[in-house]
Design a protein around this ligand. Structure first.
Ligand SMILES: *[C@@H]1O[C@H](CO)[C@@H](O)[C@H](O)[C@H]1NC(C)=O
Ligand SMILES: *[C@@H]1O[C@H](CO)[C@@H](O)[C@H](O)[C@H]1NC(C)=O
Ligand SMILES: *[C@@H]1O[C@H](CO)[C@@H](O)[C@H](O)[C@H]1NC(C)=O
Ligand SMILES: *[C@@H]1O[C@H](CO)[C@@H](O)[C@H](O)[C@H]1NC(C)=O
Ligand SMILES: *[C@@H]1O[C@H](CO)[C@@H](O)[C@H](O)[C@H]1NC(C)=O
Ligand SMILES: *[C@@H]1O[C@H](CO)[C@@H](O)[C@H](O)[C@H]1NC(C)=O
Ligand SMILES: *[C@@H]1O[C@H](CO)[C@@H](O)[C@H](O)[C@H]1NC(C)=O
Ligand SMILES: *[C@@H]1O[C@H](CO)[C@@H](O)[C@H](O)[C@H]1NC(C)=O
Ligand SMILES: *[C@@H]1O[C@H](CO)[C@@H](O)[C@H](O)[C@H]1NC(C)=O
Ligand SMILES: *[C@@H]1O[C@H](CO)[C@@H](O)[C@H](O)[C@H]1NC(C)=O
Ligand SMILES: *[C@@H]1O[C@H](CO)[C@@H](O)[C@H](O)[C@H]1NC(C)=O
Ligand SMILES: *[C@@H]1O[C@H](CO)[C@@H](O)[C@H](O)[C@H]1NC(C)=O
Length: 419
């Protein structure tokens, strides 16, 4: 009744270099009844899950593995029941998508996520062995009937204390044909990327490869995240520059591209939980950047633990996609904001780093929608120290000269008196 054909694409990951990248697998899932397929999905997904340990909470990023299979709870619906696609993976984890439709549109009406905290490989030190199930009805995946839903961009869906981030999704439900419809409904996040004119056919007299010009200092953007009741729970202002090594289509080799995030084309979204907060920045062109902050409720200190990026730039042969959830940047205290005016380079892995400038963030403890008092990063303190040291040295020099002058004057004065 159901079959599955998982295959792994994954990001090139070099074991020798000690790679900590979450490997994203492209998974193909099909729900069939009789000889016909009613739901087919090709997608990557990763889960950011916060759970309790004996010493507080912890957040992990778990990818949907290539070994995920279609579960028997899947169905094509009918008789008043909704069609469901349920993917089973690992030790009793499951992702379920329930579909609904009307004459013109179909959508994912419900998303469920089940995770088994007994699985110590994914949830080390969990203080519970429960199987947790969370669900949401705001998924935001909508397509026209008889078309394939397509969304290359990473799209986060918040479900309970977890965030499911989908990327590279092509999917159709209520299928009428044998395979995915060639007609597509492209998600809004992808539209600027896909409506871009196709690259001009390569001329035989190959133009000299364009030398990437350094983009200059990025401009500062202001971003915020609100929780469900509309209260601002995360604030950030910062200028960002992405530094990505990727395979260039035009130059036929791996290049390093440095691109500024343009604040006026960037929107922010995210979620806030008591001990974790996510900021997702999406630039129209097809750059999606997620920040994961966690709060240690024992020490009342927070830091940036996770960064992930999906970039679909014009010169790329395939969207670039990487993440790292074991970072330790931007350490601050609860009730304070973290500030770093100086340039800082946040290394995520060997292919991606993020440069930050003029940064102030506060992921927890916002009151009245405003930044609290700032804690400056070490770089700023060092930079502040130089003028102070130079100033103090100058003042000391002036004082010494003055004293020497006064002593000299007194001596010569005394000299005249003896005459
Ligand atoms: C499935 O297809 C086979 C051959 O194509 C046919 O013999 C069989 O009757 C079909 N079954 C159903 C339930 O349509
Ligand atoms: C949690 O506490 C236990 C003992 O109380 C300790 O062994 C363990 O290392 C702690 N874990 C973390 C992540 O601090
Ligand atoms: C797990 O720890 C949290 C706080 O860290 C506590 O609230 C919860 O009751 C604990 N659960 C179990 C089953 O011990
Ligand atoms: C949860 O994980 C444990 C250990 O990995 C396993 O024994 C158990 O069967 C799993 N539960 C379910 C519902 O799969
Ligand atoms: C189908 O549902 C969407 C929203 O779910 C609604 O905007 C649209 O008007 C509906 N179309 C019909 C024909 O009922
Ligand atoms: C979808 O395709 C089926 C079968 O080809 C057709 O009967 C139906 O009218 C189509 N619906 C729309 C909204 O195009
Ligand atoms: C909004 O919700 C947060 C927790 O989600 C709560 O702390 C806060 O008091 C709420 N604010 C209002 C105005 O309801
Ligand atoms: C790209 O480079 C490889 C070797 O570096 C070469 O074999 C291949 O033909 C090149 N492709 C194009 C389109 O230039
Ligand atoms: C965005 O800002 C840049 C300067 O920072 C400006 O050149 C550009 O026109 C702006 N674009 C839009 C769409 O407002
Ligand atoms: C939280 O902070 C305490 C005290 O600094 C430390 O012992 C503990 O390991 C931290 N917990 C985590 C999960 O980092
Ligand atoms: C983004 O789009 C603008 C025009 O809309 C273009 O000038 C710019 O090169 C694009 N950036 C990337 C990284 O593709
Ligand atoms: C997206 O999916 C297609 C097949 O579904 C695959 O060929 C491609 O490599 C994937 N891209 C990424 C970045 O995973």
């Amino acid at each position: 009744m159901t079959r599955t054909c998982p295959f792994v694409v994954g990001i090139a990951c070099f074991a020798i270099l000690g790679c900590v990248t979450v490997v994203q697998s492209q998974v193909t899932l099909e729900v069939t009844e009789g000889n016909s397929t009613c739901i087919k999905a090709e997608l990557s997904a990763s889960f950011s899950i916060t759970y309790d340990t004996a010493n507080g909470t912890r957040t992990v990023m778990v990818p949907l593995p290539g070994s995920a299979v279609v579960g028997v709870a899947s169905s094509c619906g009918g008789d008043g029941r909704s069609p469901w696609l349920v993917a089973l993976f690992g030790d009793g984890h499951a992702l379920g998508l329930g579909f609904s439709s009307n004459d013109s549109l179909y959508s994912v009406a419900k998303l469920t996520l089940q995770y088994n905290l007994s699985d110590v490989s994914n949830f080390p030190e969990a203080n519970s062995t429960d199987v947790v199930t969370v669900e949401t009805t705001s998924v935001g995946m909508v397509a026209r009937v008889n078309t394939t839903y397509r969304c290359i961009s990473a799209s986060p869906v918040i479900v309970g204390g977890a965030t499911v981030t989908f990327s590279n999704v092509t999917m159709e439900a209520f299928m009428t044909g044998e395979d995915l419809s060639p007609n597509e409904s492209v998600c809004t996040a992808d539209q600027s990327f896909t409506t871009a004119p196709p690259p001009p056919p390569s001329t035989t007299t190959a133009a000299p490869a364009p030398v990437p010009t350094p983009p200059g200092t990025p401009s500062q953007g202001s971003y915020s995240v609100s929780n469900s009741n509309g209260t601002v729970c995360l604030l950030a202002r910062m200028a960002l520059q992405l530094n990505i090594s990727h395979f260039s289509a035009s130059q036929n080799k791996t290049i390093q591209e440095v691109v500024n995030l343009l604040p006026n084309q960037t929107t922010s979204s995210g979620s806030c939980d008591p001990t974790s907060a996510t900021l997702v920045l999406t630039q129209a062109n097809a750059t999606n950047l997620s920040f994961l902050f966690t709060l240690n409720s024992t020490s009342n200190r927070y830091h940036l633990t996770g960064l992930s990026v999906v970039a679909a730039w014009s010169d790329m042969t395939a969207p670039f996609n990487t993440s790292n959830s074991s970072l330790d940047y931007q350490r601050g205290s609860l009730g304070r904001s973290y500030m770093c005016i100086s340039e800082q380079t946040l290394v995520v892995d060997q292919n991606f780093s993020l440069n930050t400038f003029q940064l102030q963030v506060q992921p927890f403890g916002i009151t009245r929608g405003q930044f609290a008092q700032a804690e400056e990063c070490q770089l700023d303190q060092d930079n502040m120290l130089i003028p102070i040291v130079v100033g103090a040295a100058l003042a000391g020099l002036v004082l010494i000269v003055l004293i020497a002058y006064l002593i000299g004057r007194k001596r010569s004065h005394a000299g005249y008196q003896t005459i």
